[in-house]
Ligand binder design. Structure first.
Ligand SMILES: [Zn+2]
Length: 531
């Protein structure tokens, strides 16, 4: 007898093909039958009449490695139907943390993982000790982390010995199950790496059959150069390249979405293994300090805090920002578009913009920013509205662009419910299905689901997830297309998406009648050993 029969639903299988009515049978974690009308007996039947049955959604770009240990139920994600999170992105990972270096890593990652405990660990021990979670997880090792372990926060190329150490740490992580390497070339210390360093590490990936994901060197004034740099990694090494959260930041760069997509489509037509992802919002989130010229972070966080107190440093910042705009974000109309999301030491300021804070304190906005960073010890996270909605829609609806929230699994109670984080942590996938498909009619339901399932699985090289067919892992989402949608807003982000009634992970029901069962059937997916 089967474990589950999902009966009477409209199946959208993740391939992009038109939906059809079909029943789905599940046994021992796998889909064992997909039939027009099933007569197979099952211990439990789920009535999916009037609803869409889809593969579990894949969130291909997340930082949930920072919150799943605190929120293993993965509430904000699983309630949207997400069954797989790809974590360890943008160069950030909590492992490896070599003896004596866990404190520096904690300090460095505090603006992204303020509540996570850090310990000395190899990547293998980190994977082995990763908690049981509701969702499946893919872990990547971060380039920033490898560099902090070898060259610290120094603004220089690595030595041959340091590069060899990074290559060894990377190989160890890959052997322990890391899916690949992520980089964040937009900020320190990853930004100090040249192409040769990245290509050397990519050759290690190549030997292990592993992949490369990059938050590219610039998403604003030099975005074209940065995209070309990422494509060149695929061209030079043959490694799969995932460009994270493709966007054009800064008012001077708006309107370039079609050009960027053309560049990537051309690379794909040449046969290069290049994919990208995007989230459907015009607002980004980042550590506040990353908006400033890169020199402020040289030498690490204590050096930065000391530097930001100095008048001549602030004058230099003011001049550079006036000339170039913000690092990675370009020119913004005013500091009114930058607001505090999470501030561990000044929690009462969450939601206020730097325009307001400056007025209130009767100081220049840049001084308000520097004062805030110092008072919050560099840990402040902000929201910045720096994209054009037309570009966002164009990129997010392209049929081959996958969907990544760039967000963490949060919950509306407990430690992860603090501050005013980006609503995309709760709503990215639901927004695609509700706002983009149903309300705005920007793409079909089949196309949207394909972008979040089959296309993502293909980009990851996952053979048996992302498509609902016989033999695949039973990751399944049942949703009401008339009701699915996000509920969070920038002012009130901690609200779960609605419209998803059932979510199955590896054959186990996690969301049942819209409620979380508490089940934690997810596992860390390990890259298959290289051929
Ligand atoms: Zn990123």
């Amino acid at each position: 007898m089967d474990d589950l029969l999902i009966r009477g639903g409209h199946l959208i299988d993740g391939t992009g093909a038109p939906g059809r009515d079909a029943d789905v049978s599940v046994q021992a974690g796998r889909v064992v039958a997909v039939e027009r009308r099933s007569t197979r007996p099952a211990h439990r039947e789920i009535d999916a009449r009037g609803q869409v049955v889809a593969p579990g959604l894949i969130d291909i770009h997340t930082h949930s490695d920072f919150t799943l240990p605190l929120n293993p139920r993965a509430e904000s994600k699983i309630r949207q139907g997400v069954t797989l999170e790809v974590a360890g992105n943008c160069g950030f990972s909590a492992a490896p943390a070599l003896p004596g270096r866990a404190g520096v890593l904690r300090e460095y990652l505090a603006s992204s993982a303020p509540w996570l405990e850090f310990a000395e660990t190899s990547f293998a021990d980190y994977v082995a000790g990763f908690p049981r979670t509701a969702v499946n997880v893919i872990l990547q090792v971060g380039h920033h982390t490898l560099r902090i372990m070898t060259a610290g926060m120094e603004a220089r190329p690595v030595t041959a010995a340091e590069l060899a150490a990074m290559e060894r740490l990377l190989a160890e992580a890959l052997a322990a199950g890391a899916w690949g390497l992520s980089s964040g070339l937009f900020t320190a210390p990853g930004c100090y790496a040249d192409a040769a360093e990245i290509h050397a590490l990519a050759r290690v990936l190549r030997r292990h059959g592993a992949a490369y994901a990059s938050h590219i060197r610039d998403e604003a004034n030099s975005v074209d150069v940065a995209v070309a740099e990422a494509i060149a990694v695929a061209e030079a090494t043959g490694v799969h390249v995932q460009i994270a959260h493709l966007k054009l930041s800064g008012v001077d760069n708006w309107g370039g979405a079609a050009r960027l997509l053309d560049t990537l489509a051309a690379a794909r037509r040449r046969g290069l293994p290049v994919d990208c992802d995007a989230y459907p919002y015009d607002t980004a989130t980042n550590p506040l300090r990353n908006l400033l010229p890169r020199f402020v972070m040289e030498g690490g966080i204590p050096a930065m805090l000391e530097r930001l107190g100095r008048r001549e440093v602030r004058e230099r910042l003011r001049a550079e920002i006036a000339r170039e705009g913000l690092t990675n974000f370009g020119r913004i109309p005013s500091w009114d578009v930058v607001r505090v999301a999470v501030s561990p030491h000044l929690p009462q300021e969450a939601g206020r913009t730097f325009g307001e804070l400056a007025k209130h304190r009767r100081v220049d906005p840049l001084d308000a920013v520097c004062d805030f960073i110092v008072a919050d010890r560099g840990e402040t996270r902000i929201l910045i509205t720096s994209m054009s909605d037309a570009d966002v829609r164009r990129i997010s609806t392209a049929p081959w662009v996958t969907v990544g929230s760039d967000g963490n699994a949060l919950a509306t109670s407990g430690v992860t419910s603090q501050g005013k984080p980006h609503p995309r942590y709760y709503g990215t996938h639901a927004r695609m299905l509700g706002s983009y498909v149903r309300d705005l009619g920007l793409l079909t339901l089949e196309a949207a689901i394909h972008k979040m399932t089959g296309a993502s699985a293909a980009a990851l090289g996952l053979a048996d997830r992302g498509v609902l067919r016989e033999g695949a892992w039973a990751d399944v989402t049942v949703l009401d297309p008339a009701r699915v949608g996000e509920r969070g807003t920038y002012d009130d982000p901690h609200r779960y998406a609605v419209g998803v009634s059932t979510v199955v992970v590896n054959g186990t029901v996690v969301i049942d009648g819209g409620d979380h069962t508490g089940a934690l059937p997810g596992r860390v997916l390990r890259r298959a050993a290289a051929a």
